[in-house]
Design a protein around this ligand. Structure first.
Ligand code: SF4
Length: 415
């Protein structure tokens, strides 16, 4: 496996915890900021740990993509982002034209910050909009208002038009409580009207331990029923297609030339570095999850420093990425999965390939008949929108197929 050329940095701080979120984040209060005042000492201490983690990681080739996510990375000042990029530059460097993305939340930055983020080296922004409706924003526990979101979109759109920004994206959540078809249509139109060339549209999922989980148990969450949810998802696909967006992954839509290169790294099976509390790295095919709690992350980092790096971070221990994971992520992409490539990676002979493919087709028979899965030669992919909207059932059947294969057929040789 080649050296990773991508990195993910986790900034585990937010102003407050949204009602649906179970990410590893620490809420610092609505007035928190990175340089001084509430929350700043937590952020500064964390950055020191992060820089240490980058420093003790083996040096590698220049990065082609970087994603600074969270959390709310725009709690960091442009100077702090600059410092973070400098540490990465020192350890890895950046390729010419590297995609360097920053997640930002409305009402956590101003127009001046925005320009300074660009001067620090950021060239792609991902704005956490979630909804353009004030009532909905309140209901899901977001801190920002419609006016603040609109203002953020206008600033970003302006610098994008001026050519100062390579690309930008807007995140939305569909199938939120009380969502109706007409109101969702209006949300999509407002997102299109921002001129964002990339949209990520996620389905609400209720995670254990969140406020929404609690409300659902008490019968206080009015989620769209199955049919309405399916109609909402289909509408998303249709309206965005009509607006010129291509669905290059189940939840991601882009105008030509604006698909996120970093997203593709996750789904293609190429490795990546991960840094920070709760982050996952996968440099040589082995996943390494960092602790989600601050104190445990501090202890983990101390251990890495004292006892040497975890084996999965060292080149000599490289291993292929698990094929079932590659299949899962591969099928989320528009181009799907190439069965011949899969057979080659697994070292299957012609006979094995035919038997295993037939077994998979048998499992998928119902979905194939309903047009949810398409075969193009030996490549299979989910149809859009039907297959992508019902992807969970299809993916579950695929994993059951994978688990049913003889053990020696799925034990991959080391590269
Ligand atoms: S801003 Fe994002 S990361 Fe932070 S709590 Fe809300 S959803 Fe979670």
């Amino acid at each position: 496996m080649n050296s990773p050329r991508s990195a993910y940095i986790h900034i585990p701080f937010c102003h407050r915890r949204c009602f649906y979120c179970d990410f590893p984040v620490v809420p610092l209060g609505d007035k928190a900021r990175g340089d001084y005042g509430p929350g700043s000492s937590s952020i500064k201490s964390y950055l020191k740990l992060l820089f240490k983690e980058i420093e003790i990681t083996p040096e590698g080739p220049p990065l082609a993509t970087l994603y600074i996510g969270g959390g709310t990375p725009s709690l960091l000042t442009p100077d702090q982002i600059f410092e973070l990029l400098s540490h990465l530059k020192k350890n890895f460097g950046f390729q010419h034209g590297a995609e360097i993305s920053l997640e930002i939340d409305p009402a956590s930055f101003n127009q001046k910050d925005l320009l300074e983020y660009l001067s620090a080296g950021i060239n792609r922004l991902s704005l956490g909009a979630q909804s353009f409706d004030n009532e909905v924003l309140k209901k899901i526990g977001r801190r920002h208002t419609f006016t603040q979101l609109k203002e953020s979109c206008d600033w970003i759109s302006q610098i994008f038009k001026e050519g100062k920004l390579v690309s930008w994206s807007l995140d939305l959540i569909q199938n939120l409580p009380d969502q109706k078809i007409e109101s969702w249509k209006n949300q999509l139109q407002q997102a299109i009207d921002t001129f964002a060339p990339h949209l990520s549209v996620y389905d609400l999922s209720i995670e254990d331990g969140t406020v929404f989980d609690w409300k659902l148990r008490r019968g206080e969450l009015n989620l769209p029923n199955h049919d309405t949810a399916a109609d909402i998802s289909r509408m998303t696909s249709r309206i965005l297609k009509e607006a010129g967006f291509s669905r290059y992954e189940i939840s991601n839509f882009a105008l030509p030339g604006h698909a996120s290169r970093h997203n593709r790294v996750y789904w293609s099976g190429a490795g990546w570095w991960g840094f920070g509390q709760g982050a996952t790295s996968c440099p040589w095919g082995t996943r390494l999850n960092r602790p989600r709690r601050s104190s445990e992350y501090i202890n983990w980092l101390k251990k890495q420093e004292k006892q040497g790096l975890d084996a999965s971070l060292l080149f000599k221990n490289r291993a292929p990425i698990e094929m079932d994971e590659l299949l899962l992520t591969g099928l989320r992409r528009r181009e799907g999965v190439d069965f011949q490539e899969l057979a080659n990676n697994c070292g299957w002979d012609k006979q094995q390939k035919t038997i295993f493919l037939n077994q998979l087709i048998n499992r998928w028979e119902k979905f194939i008949k309903e047009g949810l899965i398409r075969f193009r030669g030996e490549r299979f992919c989910l149809s859009d929108p039907e297959g992508m909207d019902l992807s969970n059932q299809i993916l579950v059947e695929m994993i059951l197929w994978w688990d049913s294969l003889p053990k020696d057929a799925v034990a991959l040789p080391n590269p």
